[in-house]
Write a protein that binds this ligand. Structure first.
Ligand SMILES: [Zn+2]
Length: 169
């Protein structure tokens, strides 16, 4: 199993991915896949806006890269670190790829499929049940999101104000 130090280290790599998204005005969400030896075999960040593709979530991109690297669709004994609780699509991809351990940072009350809205990992009838730990570096990962949305709201407000001032000139 992972020590706290290892969990923090890998979550930091997922946060690094999220920061790449943020720099491109994407909602900052990042994911990495680790093989059983502890090597990073997949990386991904949210690219929904960049690609205008609803399926381009960080986890999907990281899982695709890992399957490609390993050369097999089963990510046996692999782990995924995600900055945000996975949505139903990504939880489905995690189940389908047989990932063993799931670690996520912030909880997502609006779309989380690991307990917040629904818990797909706990559905007994599915044939695969990863081990899940939420709240890894929770403060940092949730603050990254709140700060991003706060900045967007401030930007919109400033734009509105600029428009208003312009029309009053
Ligand atoms: Zn997702």
């Amino acid at each position: 199993m992972f020590t706290q130090e290892e969990k923090d280290k890998y979550m930091n790599l997922a946060i690094e991915q999220a920061r790449i998204a943020e720099k491109q005005d994407e909602v900052p969400i990042g994911a990495i896949v680790i093989d059983p030896e502890g090597n990073v075999v997949g990386r991904g960040y949210n690219r929904r806006e960049l690609d205008q593709d609803a399926t381009q979530h960080a986890e999907i991109i990281a899982i695709r890269e890992a399957c490609d690297q390993i050369g097999y669709w089963r990510l046996v004994d692999c782990s995924i670190f995600i900055t945000l609780e996975p949505c139903p699509m990504c939880a489905g991809a995690i189940i389908n790829s047989r990932i063993k351990n799931v670690f996520f940072g912030a909880y997502d009350p609006k779309a989380g499929a690991s307990g917040s809205v629904i818990d797909l990992f706990a559905v007994e009838k599915f044939n695969h049940h990863p081990e899940v730990e939420g709240g890894v570096k929770e403060n940092e990962t949730s603050q990254m999101l709140t700060q991003f949305f706060r900045a967007i709201r401030a930007k919109k407000k400033a734009e509105k104000l600029a428009m208003k001032n312009k029309s009053e000139e």
